[in-house]
Design a protein around this ligand. Structure first.
Ligand SMILES: *[C@@H]1O[C@H](CO)[C@@H](O)[C@H](O)[C@H]1NC(C)=O
Ligand SMILES: *[C@@H]1O[C@H](CO)[C@@H](O)[C@H](O)[C@H]1NC(C)=O
Ligand SMILES: *[C@@H]1O[C@H](CO)[C@@H](O)[C@H](O)[C@H]1NC(C)=O
Ligand SMILES: *[C@@H]1O[C@H](CO)[C@@H](O)[C@H](O)[C@H]1NC(C)=O
Ligand SMILES: *[C@@H]1O[C@H](CO)[C@@H](O)[C@H](O)[C@H]1NC(C)=O
Ligand SMILES: *[C@@H]1O[C@H](CO)[C@@H](O)[C@H](O)[C@H]1NC(C)=O
Ligand SMILES: *[C@@H]1O[C@H](CO)[C@@H](O)[C@H](O)[C@H]1NC(C)=O
Ligand SMILES: *[C@@H]1O[C@H](CO)[C@@H](O)[C@H](O)[C@H]1NC(C)=O
Ligand SMILES: *[C@@H]1O[C@H](CO)[C@@H](O)[C@H](O)[C@H]1NC(C)=O
Ligand SMILES: *[C@@H]1O[C@H](CO)[C@@H](O)[C@H](O)[C@H]1NC(C)=O
Ligand SMILES: *[C@@H]1O[C@H](CO)[C@@H](O)[C@H](O)[C@H]1NC(C)=O
Ligand SMILES: *[C@@H]1O[C@H](CO)[C@@H](O)[C@H](O)[C@H]1NC(C)=O
Length: 433
């Protein structure tokens, strides 16, 4: 026997000499797997594994939960946010009863052991926010796997295809994965969340995605995806969150989208090449909380139907080619916090109704052709911390009421507008440009 093996054997004897361990409730495979795991940790700054010693049964070690029936087996390992440094031992693949494994937010390096793909009871696997490298192994045999979180690592290779048919959540964003998004993913019809944002995926969304009728969240932002607005998305009537931000999509946003995506809460399409007028139907998706359409080529006017969106907290339309006036009916948006329409060709005056929105925090209107004076009602906007008005044709003075609210942190204003000393005192960061 090698020295290490003798050591393991002795530890086993010692573990089983403790009162808590009899041959009936110990499993030496599980014990040896956990000890292997501990051995591959090189730094444990919070002493998370201090209790992992022979004085107690492994079922009472920190982060371990066991099955209740004898012999007791490891059912869950949960060691998140412990600052652990090291590699993930392939021995974990021997924990045949393991249902949950969470090692998220540590500093694990090296690869994801392919042996984890042998865990037939595995339901939840959280390895996100480490510094894992290499490719994603096959999880096709983990028939009970429901949630797979691998985001915020340094994983490379293609989009994973070896996945079990019952998977619900796939989170692989913020890695270095590349290639196209495979049509075969549409076979996993139970999926309710897919996030592959911030990788290097290219190509388009396969039409087969229309089969993902349970999909609620689809995050594809910050890749190199291209082509027209994906047709398949029009069939995803369960969608609540859709982000196609920071890609190279082009063409118009289909006009019938509003009749199918009735449950949408979040729509993010910024930094693409979309064009055409802003869809009137957006105003009929009454659950929308955030709309982000900035940095595209949208033209035409801002539909007044937007003011029907009573749940809207954020509206970003900046850096497009919008014309016309800001609809005064925006004042009816009861919980709006952020309004950003900077960098367009809007004209007319700033509707005083905007300042009556009790929740408004940021108003950004710079680089437009707005004119007229700033209405004294601005004093009503007591939450307002950011007001960006520069590069317009505004005139007059900043109403003295503004200084009254006292919370304004940033005021970007044109130089022709006079400012009272008292307001300068209240505003911590003034930018007269
Ligand atoms: C421990 O688990 C392994 C693998 O599941 C099994 O082969 C072995 O018989 C178990 N041993 C005991 C003592 O239960
Ligand atoms: C072993 O673990 C127990 C808790 O289970 C702890 O009290 C003890 O200090 C540990 N022993 C060593 C040597 O770390
Ligand atoms: C596994 O994790 C899920 C989700 O966090 C939890 O609901 C479940 O109770 C856990 N199961 C075990 C055995 O720890
Ligand atoms: C545990 O897993 C490792 C690596 O996957 C393997 O080499 C070893 O033989 C396994 N040990 C047992 C006791 O099954
Ligand atoms: C990721 O981990 C780092 C430390 O390693 C931590 O500061 C950060 O909050 C974590 N991020 C998330 C989203 O959990
Ligand atoms: C999955 O299970 C089958 C049948 O047991 C086996 O042949 C195959 O090698 C396994 N695949 C992986 C990736 O573990
Ligand atoms: C999975 O999807 C691909 C592409 O859509 C298809 O060719 C294949 O037959 C599907 N496989 C199964 C098992 O449904
Ligand atoms: C998608 O929707 C269109 C129009 O409603 C329908 O004709 C088509 O069959 C749907 N496709 C799938 C795969 O559900
Ligand atoms: C907006 O609401 C008004 C009534 O408040 C209604 O007449 C109009 O049809 C609605 N617009 C949309 C696009 O839902
Ligand atoms: C908007 O732009 C499209 C081309 O992108 C053009 O055909 C259309 O006439 C424009 N509409 C308006 C109202 O400017
Ligand atoms: C408005 O959008 C521009 C461009 O994305 C950004 O620089 C600015 O910070 C935004 N302003 C607010 C108040 O969100
Ligand atoms: C700016 O507004 C003034 C009136 O206040 C008007 O005379 C002038 O033509 C406007 N300039 C532009 C570029 O619209």
């Amino acid at each position: 026997m090698k020295a290490a093996a003798i050591g393991q054997f002795l530890l086993l004897i010692m573990a089983c000499s403790a009162v808590t361990c009899s041959s009936a409730d110990a499993n030496e495979t599980d014990l040896l797997s956990l000890l292997d795991f501990k051995r591959s940790i090189t730094l444990d700054p919070q002493q998370a594994l201090a209790s992992w010693n022979h004085s107690t049964h492994f079922c009472s070690w920190e982060g371990i939960l066991c099955t209740t029936t004898s012999p007791r087996r490891v059912a869950s390992i949960r060691l998140e946010r412990r600052g652990l440094v090291g590699q993930i031992s392939p021995s974990l693949g021997n924990l045949t009863f393991l249902r949950n494994l969470s090692l998220a937010t540590n500093r694990f390096t090296g690869g994801i052991p392919p042996s984890l793909g042998h865990l037939q009871q595995l339901q939840y696997l959280f390895l996100s926010n480490n510094t894992l490298q290499g490719t994603i192994p096959s999880f096709a045999n983990c028939s009970r796997l429901r949630v797979l979180w691998l985001h915020r690592n340094g994983l490379v290779g293609p989009f994973p295809t070896e996945l079990p048919p019952g998977l619900r959540q796939l989170q692989i964003s913020v890695n270095d994965l590349a290639g196209t998004i495979p049509a075969s993913l549409s076979n996993i019809t139970m999926l309710d969340a897919i996030s592959c944002a911030d990788n290097h995926f290219e190509g388009s969304i396969p039409d087969e995605f229309a089969r993902l009728q349970n999909l609620q969240q689809l995050y594809l932002g910050a890749n190199q995806l291209s082509g027209r607005f994906p047709r398949a998305i029009m069939n995803l009537s369960a969608l609540t969150d859709l982000s196609l931000a920071l890609n190279q999509f082009s063409g118009v946003v289909p006009p019938d989208l509003g009749s199918t995506l009735r449950n949408l809460l979040l729509l993010e399409l910024p930094v693409n090449f979309f064009q055409g007028v802003l869809p009137e139907w957006l105003g009929s998706l009454e659950n929308l909380q955030k709309i982000s359409l900035g940095s595209n080529f949208f033209n035409g006017t801002i539909p007044s139907s937007f003011s029907n969106l009573t749940q809207l907290a954020e509206l970003n339309l900046e850096s497009n080619r919008l014309v016309g006036k800001i609809p005064p009916s925006f004042g009816n948006l009861p919980i709006l916090k952020v309004l950003n329409i900077s960098n367009n060709n809007l004209y007319g005056s700033i509707p005083k109704e905007l300042f009556r929105i009790p929740t408004i925090v940021q108003i950004s209107l710079y680089v437009n052709n707005l004119d007229g004076m700033i209405h004294p009602d601005i004093g009503n906007a007591r939450q307002l911390t950011d007001l960006q008005l520069s590069s317009n044709n505004l005139s007059g003075e900043i109403p003295t009421t503004l200084g009254n609210s006292g919370v304004l942190e940033n005021l970007y204003c044109a130089s022709q507008i006079a400012l009272h000393e008292q307001q300068q005192a209240h505003s911590s960061s003034l930018h007269i440009i």
